[in-house]
Write a new protein. Structure first.
Length: 172
């Protein structure tokens, strides 16, 4: 790697300067065991390269350093969905999603086994509509939508009557 790499135990520890004036790569712990297992990749640390910090800062100026830390931490440590939405042209790219009442945290990663680290290639906050678009693209492209234990726990809040009510509403 071209830049000096700093190691942090959590995305919440990444300093403001890394987001505002990137000069270094950042190394974080590996993904959760469940995420690694579901994706089927090796247990490797996660890196955010200086160039990715620069790109994300340019394309997502709405994110403060604090927003970015929260997005990265939520998705990397508390995934609800893991989506491979472009299997034909980006088979090693996965989207990790943490669902929230306010705005959902989304982190794109590259799990290429030829690389030393799992690489974060971008992050952002999105609304529910964007999550639906990501899921629909995965279905259309023959990708995968994986639900984690955390995501499945959220789904279990639906009761049989709720499901029936939803079906009835669609029919009327």
């Amino acid at each position: 790697m071209d830049a000096i790499t700093f190691i942090y135990q959590s995305a919440l520890e990444i300093p403001d300067v890394a987001f505002d004036k990137p000069a270094n790569n950042i190394l974080l712990p590996s993904l959760t065991h469940e995420t690694i297992e579901k994706i089927g990749t090796d247990d490797r640390p996660v890196v955010i390269k200086k160039s990715v910090f620069e790109k994300n800062h340019k394309h997502h100026q709405e994110l403060s350093p604090n927003d970015s830390r929260k997005v990265l931490n939520a998705a990397l440590t508390e995934a609800d969905l893991i989506v491979n939405d472009k299997p034909s042209n980006k088979p090693n790219y996965w989207i990790i999603v943490n669902l929230s009442k306010d705005e959902n945290a989304v982190v794109n990663i590259d799990i290429d086994s030829k690389k030393q680290f799992i690489e974060v290639v971008g992050w952002r906050k999105v609304r529910d509509r964007s999550i639906e678009q990501i899921k629909n693209r995965a279905i259309r492209e023959g990708g995968q939508i994986l639900i984690t234990q955390k995501g499945a726990a959220g789904l279990s809040a639906l009761t049989d009557s709720t499901v029936s009510e939803c079906k009835d509403n669609k029919n009327s």
